[in-house]
Design a protein around this ligand. Sequence first.
Ligand code: ATP
Ligand code: MG
Length: 397
Amino acid sequence: MRVAAIMRSEESGRMLRQACSGINGTAVDIHILGLDQVARNRALIEHHDVLLLDVDAADPAQAAALGDIMQRQFPGKAVLVAAASITLDSVGQMMRLGVVDVLPQPLRQADLVIALDHAQRRKPTVAAAPGAAGKVITFIKGGCGIGATTLAVQGGCVLAAESKHDRRVCLMDLDLQFGTAGLYLDLAAGAGMSHLLETPERLDRALLRGAMARHASGLDVLLAPSEMVRLDAVSGDFVTACLDLARAEYSRVLVDLPFAWMDWTCAVLRQSDLIVLVTELTVAGVRQTLRQLETLRANGIDSAAIRLVLNRNETGWLVNKSSHIRDAEKALGRKFDFFISNDYALVSQALNRGQPLASIEKGSRVEKDLRAMYAGLEQALAPAPQAALAAVKASVS
Ligand SMILES: Nc1ncnc2c1ncn2[C@@H]1O[C@H](COP(=O)(O)OP(=O)(O)OP(=O)(O)O)[C@@H](O)[C@H]1O
Ligand SMILES: [Mg+2]
């Protein structure tokens, strides 16, 4: 377990170092900082399992800073407080904020060991909600305005309409600043992500369900915030908790990500069963897609999970793009997995009306391509024959 400790003074840092010396299996990184400096030093904390904060409970400014850290900066993170000037009231307030444990100062090793144990045990209760079986398909793009959201929302409608009651589908619009899933589905601005961010300490399946907007196709959508938020308004821990809950609630979880890379977007990609990388046949599209592939590789993301989609593909007798496609595949070092036809009139009409493609025109080429793509994704998600056989055998014996 990795603990990031933010201590107010060299002296309290020394006290903690003493208290944690010799605790096995725990690495504590101690930083001497004020609570108001935490936001500027996210990188020191982001990848740690537990955050330990040195708080003077008698100082109202510190109590407010603690609330901000827990609710805005690191929602979902397991937080311990080493408190000076502790009172029953202040402990109650901190526990209501969602602090796992409040330790009086001077710190004692025995208290610290118990608190760390609590923190470690609390994390998985959010992470591993019962029945977490859903699969996550995340959409990213090789350039802006390439059609990633279109393929996610239109595909989501197809999947949801085909799903029986046991296969529920949701779309999480995590393109926090410029998400358009709600607009493309004509959904009134509602609770969405803003609601989860307001009360991260209450994050559970019921809160997630309540934050979803329902489209007529049966697709549940977690709308992006309607107000402008910082791209780092969410943390890796927070999105992980959201994904775990969504997996427990839905059998297919589609995720739309912003174009920019953040630590938390990387966390989403790492936890995705499939990554759909959407591109188009332009020099910029291929260049940016190559950059995405390289960044995915640099972050240790398995290329077997990636599916490359060429959107707005021109087809027909008069158009022969096959040599351009071959050139693009050569530049990218891999073949396209799926092709989606170009049909601006139909696609933009569907998005403007917030309807599935089939409601505008039945049996269109672009809809067939989209269905073929989702069939391919489903095939990739299906358990391998050997694994399926083993699962059947196990359930029989
Ligand atoms: N197959 C298609 N044929 C024609 N037009 C399409 C197709 N797919 C998407 N478009 C059009 O491309 C535009 C951009 O689509 P979309 O918003 O889905 O892209 P994006 O990659 O999500 O963009 P952003 O970078 O803003 O998130 C839309 O106007 C949409 O109508
Ligand atoms: Mg988009």
